[in-house]
Design a protein around this ligand. Structure first.
Ligand code: ADP
Length: 539
């Protein structure tokens, strides 16, 4: 017997309609690419999204067409999130930090019809424009006054494009399983792979990310997402802002410590979101200038493991709870978070940091297990670790344009991460399956070693890779970037690690480097380093 309730579709246009009706005056503040800080309300954003929708219709875009963005976190990018998906087109947010060949691949593979591009990326687009196969025109996200000289063809100005359009627009109704957004993984090997979200998966994810055990978003929240809108939808925050009427502070192109702090100081966010490297920059700036964070209560940190030293520094110097989150493009992206619990408030602080270092519990809607290489489920005992598999309505079923499902026969998606699950349910990432070091048949976690190494005050950044070894197959090699003007020897580094990891985990060598390579999403890029140092221990 079916229930007797109404069958409305969960659509992204419904979010912006809700926002303009019930959160009319909630503010969106953006640092613009042109420089000045821009302010307006959710009502203004809704009006301009409808003007944009009319303009998109005039460009001849039809439901299912793909429209790309190469843009920072600003109010215009926010309008594109709603205007493009709202009319039934797909917004393909493209990560400008990718290599030019990867950008070309994505734009062609997604069959982008139009590209909306920030001033910062016009030069980048000029360099690849000759190889773009489907793009009919480029809209530069600025006003007439700031339009650049460019060799690009069929160029339009965003403000002029929407200026004379009507604010009236009737958002179409369609199936909630319709595609809304397309994001590509950064693809450290091979071509990037597209994950095509639906309106339904996006709305379900918005509820998840906003919920009480995650970001707790409401109309009293002031959120500063440094996590980019060009990578996994800034963890869903633009949608959550519309759903709950939060105040949104968008950092535009300036992500250094001083610029982020300027926004924090002026706009008083209580919630920060971003990858660890961004917070390293902010914390360093605060140390150098002797300042503290006053308004911030929570920093949601994910995308890479948050080191214990960072959890500690946020807490002890700034009274900020570091909520560790884990996820991936294939999961919309959020998979787990470490919610603060009543017990955490009364336990000793070191035990609390132990819990915060874990990636946390999943939420209703995402299932999670670990298995061995043969596919046998492993116990959730905090000891066993294996491949982390996930399942649920916000998890990918297949990659864009693939004929094959990305799932196993039981519907599980293999995340490519190796993890433990503790008896109380918290997941702890041990490593990426391709980064874990296989020494004499046992596994060593490169992440645990890196986290231990960055606990040394003279270490700015650390990277551990597995390199060939005659007896043990692979052994860990530690690469360290020192804090400027600090002295540190290999022996001191190893002594420091001795009581932090098992003896047989200690790196076989320590190499000091001036910088480490990162992927387009801020993660350590280990593939090249592995090639470079492969024979370091057997030479
Ligand atoms: P990419 O950068 O490859 O496009 P994602 O942002 O989707 O992609 O990266 C997802 C991966 O990032 C995860 O599978 C995991 O390895 C890593 N990751 C994300 N959050 C964390 C975290 N909190 N701790 C450790 N690793 C993390």
């Amino acid at each position: 017997m079916l229930g007797n309730m109404q069958d409305g579709h969960l659509l992204i246009s419904g979010l912006i309609e809700h926002a303009e009706t019930y959160h009319t005056d909630s503010q969106i503040i953006s640092r613009t690419v042109e420089g000045p800080i821009h302010r307006y309300t959710l009502k203004d954003a809704a009006n301009r999204s409808r003007k944009l929708a009319n303009a998109l219709d005039k460009l001849g875009l039809k439901q299912g067409d793909v429209v790309g963005t190469l843009a920072w976190n600003t109010f215009r990018h926010f309008e594109l999130y709603f205007g493009v998906s709202g009319i039934g087109c797909v917004v393909n947010t493209i990560n400008p930090r990718l290599f030019p060949e990867q950008l070309t691949y994505i734009i062609n593979h997604a069959e982008n019809q139009y590209l909306f591009v920030d001033l910062s990326f016009v030069g980048l687009l000029e360099s690849i424009s000759h190889s773009l196969e489907t793009v009919k025109g480029i809209i530069i996200l600025t006003d007439k006054e700031h339009m650049p000289e460019t060799t690009l063809q069929n160029v339009m100005c965003y403000e002029e494009l929407i200026a004379d359009e009507s604010e009236e627009y009737h958002w179409p109704n369609f199936d909630e399983n319709t595609a809304s957004t397309l994001c590509y993984t950064s693809g450290t090997t091979g071509n990037p792979k597209g994950v095509l979200y639906s309106h339904r998966s996006t709305i379900l994810h918005t509820w998840i990310v906003s919920s009480g055990n995650v970001a707790k978003i409401s109309s009293s929240s002031v959120i500063l997402p440094v996590v980019p809108m060009f990578h996994v939808n800034a963890w869903g925050i633009p949608y959550a802002t519309a759903m709950f009427g939060a105040k949104l502070v968008l950092p535009g192109p300036l992500l250094d410590g001083a610029s982020i702090f300027e926004l924090i100081d002026q706009e008083k966010p209580d919630l920060l979101m971003g990858v660890p490297t961004v917070w390293l920059g902010l914390l360093q700036y605060l140390n150098e200038t002797n300042q503290t964070l006053e308004s911030v209560k929570t920093a949601l940190v994910g995308g890479a493991a948050a080191p214990r030293a960072m959890i500690q520094e946020f807490e002890e110097k700034h009274n900020v709870f570091l909520m560790h989150g884990w996820g991936m493009t294939e999961m919309s992206p959020l998979g787990t978070a470490t919610a603060r619990t009543a017990e955490m408030d009364i336990m000793d602080v070191e035990s609390r940091y132990d819990l915060q270092q874990r990636q946390g519990k999943t939420f209703y809607g995402v299932e999670m297990i670990i298995t061995d290489d043969a596919g046998k489920e492993l116990p959730k005992d905090g000891e066993a670790f294996g491949r982390l598999l996930v399942r649920g309505p916000t998890v990918v079923e297949r990659y864009f344009k693939s004929n094959e499902s990305a799932l196993d026969k039981n519907g599980w998606f293999d995340t490519g991460d190796v993890a433990k699950i503790h008896p109380e349910g918290a997941m702890e990432i041990v490593d990426r399956s391709k980064d874990v070091i296989k020494s004499g048949g046992e596994w060593i976690s490169s992440i645990d070693l890196e986290n231990a190494a960055v606990g040394h005050p003279s270490v700015a950044e650390a990277c551990v890779i597995g390199v060939l070894h005659k007896k043990w197959d692979e052994r860990p090699l530690l690469l360290v970037v020192k804090v400027e003007d600090q002295d540190l020897s290999k022996e001191e580094m190893l002594v420091f690690l001795e009581d932090k990891v098992a003896k047989w985990w200690l790196p076989d060598d320590v190499i000091f480097v001036t910088e480490l390579p990162h992927t387009a999403t801020g993660k350590l890029l280990k593939t090249d380093l592995r090639d470079q140092y492969k024979e370091h221990l057997i030479k």
